[in-house]
Design a binder for this molecule. Structure first.
Ligand SMILES: C[S@@+](CC[C@H](N)C(=O)[O-])C[C@H]1O[C@@H](n2cnc3c(N)ncnc32)[C@H](O)[C@@H]1O
Length: 518
């Protein structure tokens, strides 16, 4: 499936006093981010290591992508053999006409009449302009089809599990982050990932003791921030939606009842580990989640893709025209339910993951076999949990808040900073972590790359949820192809081609043709 890594825009105009004090700079990997532009990377397979160190044995790299090779009860080959015809149909490239009809329908239903999806023999799907766009025009706001916040990022920020908007209050965001930070300094990362959200307020507010090596702020202060008993100055300028808990578990929280209901209907009713779920299913789900947390977040997104399909299938089945219960008609219904995802499907995960730089190419087959085994283990755990009973960009309002304090007139600033400075100091250099996750955007994932793009993913101040936003970088004429850059295009021809090799193509855009050495 085509997935994108999403993260929130990061503004680099740091609170000046904070910068002066720490002499640190929050790294901005991409120059465009400086003007609040964020690049939403289109499908680059997840799971290879970004680390560039000594060459590792493939099993080490796979374990890092995967956290150990758990034993699975069936080999992928058994499953492939048993369901070969069905798997081939599910994974086949959708025929042109149904695919064109699907995208026309999607664009119409979302009222994106400025674009259309075209099919060409050169680069497959591509997005074209259906009208003229001026520089700076919004081309598209693409709603996530399936996505999840990265597990570790859940420690940094609390967002709606459905639309990825920041929730609660500035106090809640700062308090829970500092709380997790203090827990993190007294335990390891894996434990932090398994800490329960419900522990946050209660433990911090009840224990009253400051943990060793934790932030310098007492736990009762953090507790008061989380529970809302303590207010910071000027936070009323940055109000966030109230937290709506999941009806079942304490893991998922939302910005509204409508997001909670949509999440439940679309994915979460099959993945909820709360009291409404039958105990054996709950413990099977917990095993699956633990495996994903210890290995690769991509399995959580895969689980959402599977539950999305199953729940759509169930819904379709209730319609009178689909009451015929033959295996054949059930399978066509499953194909229909899977259709939105099949449109973006390219290759299996283990075949498309970019080979980590620290794995020798002669070990590639072993590496791919190992991550394939890992995916099978994950699937088996998910299957145990759900079959027996039947990817983003959001800026942190905490950053806006501290910038607001820094921009206050001197006397007000001095007064406000008496309260806010200890929190800024305790949060540290990365004081405004954005929401990060992995998601599949059905329309953005049809956009081809160019090293001289005419559009880019860009979060404006009003774009506070996880949707991908595409803005025109220059005037675009009707029928022009809309292109974005998958990489940092401000580097040499050779570096660009090396980066794009991970996406599986050699770029021949006008700029590359011009800069290509003879
Ligand atoms: C996000 S998808 C774009 C939509 C894609 N064309 C399709 O048919 O689904 C990314 C893939 O499109 C192809 N692609 C995108 N830009 C390209 C380019 N400039 N040259 C060649 N292939 C490109 C590559 O196969 C790449 O992995």
């Amino acid at each position: 499936m085509a997935v994108s890594v999403f993260n929130t825009r990061r503004r680099t105009s740091l609170v000046s006093a904070f910068m002066a004090r720490t002499r640190m700079f929050i790294s901005t990997p991409l120059p465009q981010v400086r003007d609040k532009v964020s690049r939403t990377k289109p499908p680059k397979p997840h799971g290879g290591g970004g680390e560039r160190r000594r060459k590792k044995q493939p099993q080490e790299a796979a374990a890092r992508a995967g956290g150990g090779m758990g034993g699975s009860s069936a080999s992928p080959c058994d499953l492939d053999r048993e369901f070969a015809p069905q798997i081939a149909q599910l994974l086949a490239t959708p025929p042109l006409q149904p695919a064109q009809e699907y995208y026309n329908g999607l664009i119409q239903s979302r009222k994106h009449d400025g674009i259309r999806v075209n099919f060409s023999s050169k680069h497959g799907k591509g997005v074209c302009a259906n009208k003229e766009f001026a520089e700076g025009d919004l081309i598209l706001k693409d709603q996530i089809l399936v996505g999840a916040q990265h597990s570790l990022n859940k420690i940094d920020c609390a967002v709606c599990s459905y639309c990825f908007r920041f929730i609660g209050s500035i106090e809640f965001q700062i308090g829970r982050r500092l709380y997790w930070q203090s827990v993190g300094s007294s335990s390891d990362c894996t434990n932090r990932r398994h800490c329960h959200e419900s522990d946050v307020g209660s433990s911090a507010s009840s224990s009253g003791a400051t943990k060793e090596n934790s932030s310098t702020l007492p736990e009762e202060v953090l507790g008061s921030l989380i529970t809302g008993d303590m207010s910071l100055p000027f936070t009323d300028h940055f109000s966030l939606p109230q937290v709506v808990p999941c009806r079942g578990c304490e893991e998922e929280r939302y910005c509204s009842q409508s997001c909670a209901d949509s999440d439940w209907e679309t994915y979460h009713s099959l993945l909820c580990t709360g009291s409404k779920t039958e105990p054996s299913q709950r413990s099977a789900l917990q095993k699956f989640i633990e495996h994903a947390n210890g290995s690769n977040d991509i399995f959580l997104v895969a689980a959402k893709a599977i539950t999305f399909t199953l729940l759509r299938y169930k819904k379709l089945k209730t319609q009178p025209e689909f009451q015929n219960n033959t295996d054949e008609s059930n399978f066509s219904l499953l194909m229909e339910a899977w259709k939105p995802l099949s449109m973006g499907y390219k290759k299996r995960w283990w075949d498309s993951v970019a080979l980590p730089e620290d794995v020798d190419s002669c070990d590639e087959d072993t590496f791919r076999q190992q991550i394939r085994d890992l995916a099978l283990t994950s699937l088996q755990l998910l299957k145990d949990a759900i079959f027996d009973s039947d990817g983003l960009v959001v800026a942190s309002p905490v950053e806006d808040y501290f910038i607001h304090i820094d921009d206050l007139p001197d006397d007000e600033k001095e007064e406000a900073e008496k309260v806010t400075r200890p929190f800024l100091d305790a949060l540290g250099e990365d004081y405004a972590a954005p929401c990060e996750g992995t998601a599949f955007f059905p329309l953005q994932s049809c956009m081809n790359h160019s090293c001289c793009p005419n559009a880019k993913a860009y979060k404006r101040d009003e774009d506070t949820d996880g949707n991908a936003v595409i803005i025109a970088l220059e005037p675009i004429k009707k029928d022009d192809e809309i292109t974005i850059s998958y990489i940092d295009e401000d580097v040499s021809y050779e570096e660009r081609q090396a980066e794009l090799a991970d996406y599986g193509f050699i770029c021949t855009c006008p700029r590359c043709q011009e800069e290509k050495p003879n």
